[in-house]
Design a protein around this ligand. Structure first.
Ligand SMILES: O=P(O)(O)OC[C@H]1O[C@@H](O)[C@H](O)[C@@H](O)[C@@H]1O
Length: 224
């Protein structure tokens, strides 16, 4: 832990939900509302651990039935994400230290990308709502890859679009499934404890730091 990656980072790949913004509680609340409308009760922390980082459609199929047709899943996912955006809109803000970190990264020539399970409407809601889209060299979301985290697809695609090899990427994540996706992609990972405590990440050999927000990160770790 807290040891620099073997090679200097050439790209930072940011998870979006729970990492760029501290919003996972609002996602969980919107899932609770969504399932309650269907007579299903879910336990917040267990649900988060099992699903955070997975695409909405994958979550809906695993709870409501793998057989559901694509158009029905899309309709249900739209309903859930509309509830989420309404809940979170009054709170939308970047995690402490994010703006300073990306400014420093750009000065150092580090490429910047987003790798998220979120659908395009939520990417627009967050990145355009905070005027962050212009900073990124690549944005990879749920519509761009077949499989969500813990599969590595979203981060491998982001790295490819940045033109940077996986071993030169650092992923920033808040969810164990996302850290696992980074591990499978061959990437180091910085964990933010926006959503879960540090203990949730023991056992991952690709974690190089665990911090509360971006302001706690040491420059030597990231800009070796
Ligand atoms: O990959 P990210 O940015 O953490 O996004 C994860 C989330 O994306 C959301 O769109 C889903 O509704 C959440 O339940 C999911 O956990």
């Amino acid at each position: 832990m807290h040891s620099a990656p073997a090679t200097p980072a050439r790209a930072f790949l940011f998870d979006m939900e729970g990492t760029i913004v501290d919003n996972m509680g609002f996602h969980t609340d919107s899932w609770i509302t969504f399932f309650a409308r269907r007579g299903r009760a879910i336990e917040a922390e267990e649900f988060f651990r099992a699903t955070a980082g997975r695409q909405g459609g994958e979550i809906i199929r695993s709870y409501l039935g793998e057989h559901l047709p694509d158009d029905e899943v899309a309709r249900l996912n739209h309903e859930k994400e509309s509830v989420y955006r309404e809940l979170y809109a009054p709170h939308l803000e970047a995690v402490t230290g994010f703006d300073a970190l990306i400014a420093r990264a750009k000065e150092q020539g580090v490429k910047l990308a987003v790798g998220t399970a979120a659908p395009p409407a939520n990417v627009a809601f967050t990145l355009d709502g905070l005027d962050l889209r212009r900073h990124f060299d690549a944005i990879v979301g749920a519509q761009d890859v077949a499989r969500g985290k813990p599969h590595p697809d979203v981060f491998l695609k982001a790295a490819e679009l940045c033109g940077v090899a996986p071993e030169h990427c650092i992923v920033f994540e808040d969810a164990p499934l996302g850290v696992e996706a980074a591990r499978r992609a061959g990437m180091s990972c910085v964990v933010l404890t926006t959503t879960l405590p540090p203990e949730a990440f023991t056992g991952f050999d690709n974690v190089i730091a665990i911090v509360r927000d971006f302001g706690e990160l040491k420059a030597e770790l990231l800009f070796a």
